[in-house]
Design a protein around this ligand. Structure first.
Ligand code: SF4
Ligand code: SF4
Length: 94
């Protein structure tokens, strides 16, 4: 029997993105941004698969970014990408 004949036809009844499904509930680490180090480059927001970092303030010279913990799943990509090591991955306490 050919492989394709073994496939079961399925249906995704309610497709959704991460906006609909909060991904922060299953993380073991959380990304914490040090605003003293942050230079506002936005690389964390651009690299995050869940769009969790967002511009939360501007001090007149540079943007400051915060993390929406409803969506941060603790993957650490932002910390890896940050050019000034402003993001620390902290163990989640539950
Ligand atoms: S990548 Fe780092 S320096 Fe750039 S905005 Fe994010 S926290 Fe700030
Ligand atoms: S740890 Fe992952 S999910 Fe959380 S803000 Fe950074 S890149 Fe996004």
């Amino acid at each position: 029997m050919a492989a394709k004949e073994k496939l079961t036809i399925g249906l995704v009844a309610k497709p959704g993105g991460t906006l609909g499904y909060k991904t922060g509930g299953w993380r073991t680490f959380r990304a914490v941004i040090d605003h003293e180090k942050c230079i506002g480059c936005k690389r964390c927001a651009d690299s995050c698969p869940d769009g969790a970092p967002y511009e939360c303030a501007h001090d007149g010279k540079k943007k400051k970014f915060c993390v929406d913990y409803d969506y941060c799943k603790g993957c650490g990509i932002c910390a890896f990408e940050c050019p000034v090591d402003a993001i620390e991955m902290m163990k989640e306490e539950k």
